[in-house]
Design a protein around this ligand. Structure first.
Ligand SMILES: Cc1ncc(COP(=O)(O)O)c(C=O)c1O
Length: 395
């Protein structure tokens, strides 16, 4: 039997850590292993890279830390150049936050009316006007962004692309996994995501230089976590003797390290990830079929796969959302704001840059809501939730 923290009839998020995972963890703990970051972390990173299909991954303590590391690695390698960046209006606070914390120059972009990620036309206007050298996008709630026009713009304007896939594990654009398009991509392993390491995040990349910088930035800016040859090369370059080597700081780093304990939990869940993605995708498709004509939701192409963390619906008005939310609450169905709505209407942004207003982002802010989607729900559950929404909309 699996213990969950389920409190309502249908919770938005359920635990992905099973009793079997806990038993496996206890067995591992009985051997008194090292708990801080060491070889199990490296094992998990390797397994994750294989799953995603990239060369390198760096495990850290949250998806937000993964985003911070991506920005910091572009800075420390000198690639952030003019430090201008396009950030999404629909996404998460910590997708945008590092641009403010690190003193970059962010400009906010309207959401795509179909997929809710960056709108390519709005993106091009910003690229033409501001010439930023960096762009970060979110695959919103597991819906793959429309990568074709975005990659064409990258070709034309030559920006560094970061992909925030924190809630999009296993989503695919034309068959290719999200997280393999940009210079770097981030994932979250928080509770309720496709898999969980309690807290945790990952940055993935095919770029060796970025990989080395991510390793140093994660741990104080020292280089002793680098592959041994690179470590020796750097120490020789800086003329450091062997006594000083382990505590020589190359970069101004952070401490965003994970634990081997959390890596162990990640390793036991990774083999189930594809099945979780399959269930979430199937549930999502059923919601789409059932809710067609009742509420707005993301739309993708035939060859794309939505691996949603929650089903994001958008009501026709704020008043209609109130009716839907009250029907959901009455039926013990958990709901909440669609992601963070329009990030350009939150104080962390408006205090510095004023209110960002755009039709799609505002529509999501005023009418967006979540419906539960997770691996514990089946077709009957989706039908029940959908019927509650349909009845509320049709009065
Ligand atoms: C798009 C996106 N980015 C970043 C994060 C932050 O991840 P974490 O909670 O692991 O810090 C989240 C969290 O849900 C998210 O949805």
């Amino acid at each position: 039997m699996t213990t969950t923290f389920k409190s309502k009839r249908y919770d938005l998020a359920v635990d992905t850590i099973t009793e079997a995972d806990i038993r496996e963890l206890i067995d591992w703990l009985r051997a008194y292993p090292r708990l801080t970051m060491a070889h199990v972390t490296r094992e998990f990173e390797k397994a994750w890279s294989e799953w995603l299909g990239v060369r390198y991954s760096v495990f850290c303590n949250s998806g937000s830390s993964a985003n911070l590391l991506m920005y910091a690695a572009l800075d420390s390698t000198g690639r952030s150049r003019n430090r201008g960046i396009v950030v999404p209006a629909v996404g998460w606070s910590t997708t945008v936050g590092p641009s403010l914390q690190l003193g970059w120059k962010p400009v906010m972009c309207e959401a795509d009316p179909l997929r809710y990620s960056l709108d390519a036309r709005a993106l091009e206007r910003l690229l033409r006007e501001h010439r930023p050298d960096n762009v970060i996008l979110v695959h919103v709630l597991g819906t793959p962004a429309d990568m074709e026009p975005i990659l064409a713009l990258q070709e034309k304007y030559k920006f560094n692309l970061m992909e925030d896939c924190c809630a999009a594990h296993g989503a695919r654009f034309r068959g290719r996994k999200v997280g393999t398009f940009g210079a770097m991509s981030s994932f979250s392993f928080f509770y309720g995501h496709h898999m969980s390491t309690i807290e945790g995040g990952m940055v993935s990349t095919n770029d060796e230089e970025l990989y080395h910088h991510l390793l140093m930035l994660r741990s104080h800016g020292w280089c002793k976590d680098l592959p041994p040859e690179k470590y020796r090369e750097l120490m020789a370059e800086h003329g450091v003797d062997s006594f000083h080597c382990p505590f020589t700081f190359i970069l101004p780093g952070f401490n965003l390290r994970p634990l081997d304990l959390t890596a162990r939990i990640g390793l036991s869940q990774l083999p189930r990830l594809d099945e979780t993605v399959r269930r979430r995708a199937e549930n999502h498709r059923r919601y789409q079929q059932r809710l067609e004509g009742a509420v707005e939701f993301a739309r993708v192409g035939e060859a794309d796969l939505i691996s949603s963390i929650s089903f994001g619906g958008v009501a026709a008005s704020n008043a209609q959302r109130k009716v839907i939310v009250s029907a959901l609450v009455k039926n013990e169905i958990d709901t909440r704001l669609f992601s963070a709505g329009n990030l350009g209407r939150h104080p962390f942004w408006t205090k510095r840059h004023g209110v960002f207003s755009a039709p799609v982002a505002d529509r999501i802010h005023d009418g967006g809501f979540f419906l539960p989607n997770n691996q514990s729900l089946d077709a009957g559950d989706i039908d029940f939730v959908s019927d509650v929404v349909i009845k509320a909309v049709r009065g």
